[in-house]
Design a binder for this molecule. Structure first.
Ligand code: UDP
Ligand code: MG
Length: 320
């Protein structure tokens, strides 16, 4: 089997109403770009709706489509990793299933890649249509905080929508971590990466598959995966508190010497409460890292594939 020129990788969770339109638009864009030499890799991330049966049907009709069914919901970033592991193309386009990222931009992204001799063309969101104020606010804040704390410069307002070369993808796949913040990991590998501005559209159908809980987890994986600033913060807080407590000791000593000691319930309570809170917070931060260390140390496969539909002979189907 020769490798196709282009692979389009799409993680899908409960996207039954998007898949047909997605398939049509992505196929058209791929065909315009590379003729017949493309494959579509749809990863069903344990959807609870009819996504998998829609994918199976599409794959019987279209020999370009490889559909992968994960054993359960492993989360967006792992579903994406599964697709990236299993795709075979020389160029790889990552795109969401909900058509918020227009597949028609592929032509321009390929041009940018060729003209600027880039290994990664990442799409930067100029505008975000049809997303709640809360989503836009938290997303904007997230990228800015992340930018401040990470050691790896991760592009602002950039999702996973991007075009990658095979060598960039292979470099990415060599990173073994469990807590995968894909856009950060791609930034980390280096090579020549260029931005590409676009306006993010509304979802084709359905609602966001990122409820608050998943968003928080995602943000924590991003920060802990790419920064030890919170741990440094812990030691800074400790340092300042030590300095403050020295002043407090002087103050207490003066009270003892001048015999005006007793009152002071308020200040005592204040110190107890503040110190307790700070300690808990700092312990929690350390716990976040410790928990991740524990998860990494188990070295479990990243995801498990249950079924595959379409032309996938000879490809690994375990997420090691
Ligand atoms: N997704 C997934 N697994 C999940 C959650 C989301 O594969 O557990 C997919 C989803 O189907 C979509 C992409 O990840 O293709 C981005 O999700 P969504 O569009 O809901 O996120 P938003 O655009 O609202 O940030
Ligand atoms: Mg979306």
């Amino acid at each position: 089997m020769t490798s196709p020129q282009l692979s389009v990788v799409v993680p899908c969770y409960n996207e039954e109403h998007c898949l047909e339109a997605l398939h049509a638009r992505v196929s058209a864009a791929a065909r315009t770009a590379v003729g017949e030499s493309y494959e579509l890799v749809f990863v069903n991330d344990g959807s609870r709706d009819e996504s998998w049966s829609v994918m199976q049907r599409l794959s019987t009709e279209d020999p370009h489509l490889v559909a992968i069914n994960l054993s359960r919901n492993h989360g967006h970033q792992l579903a994406l990793t599964a697709g990236l592991d299993l795709c075979a193309g020389h160029e790889i386009l990552i795109i969401d299933a909900d058509l918020q990222d227009p597949p028609e931009l592929l032509a321009d992204m390929r041009r940018a890649m060729a003209e600027q001799q880039a290994d990664v063309v990442y799409a930067v969101r100029r505008k975000r249509e049809g997303e709640t104020f809360f989503k836009r606010l938290t997303a904007a804040a997230f990228y800015r905080v992340l930018d401040r704390v990470t050691d790896t410069p991760i592009p602002l307002d950039t999702g996973d929508f991007r075009l990658m070369s095979r060598r960039a993808l292979d470099a990415f796949l060599a990173l073994p971590e469990q807590a995968r913040f894909v856009r950060g990991m791609v930034a980390w590998i280096g090579f020549r990466q260029v931005p590409f501005a676009y306006d993010r559209a509304e979802r084709h159908a359905g609602n966001t598959k990122y409820p608050l809980g998943k968003m928080i987890r995602f943000a924590l994986d991003a920060v802990t995966g790419f920064s030890t600033a919170p741990l440094r913060f812990a030691s800074h807080v400790g340092l300042w508190l030590t300095a403050a407590s020295l002043l407090l000791i002087v103050y207490i000593a003066i009270g003892w010497l001048t015999g005006s000691a007793v009152q002071g319930w308020t200040s005592t309570m204040l110190v107890v409460v503040v110190l307790g809170a700070v300690q808990m917070f700092v312990l929690g931060m350390i716990g976040e890292y410790l928990g991740r260390l524990y998860v990494e140390s188990k070295r479990r496969p990243l995801y498990l594939v249950a079924d595959v539909a379409g032309p996938v002979q000879g490809r690994a189907t375990l997420g090691y």
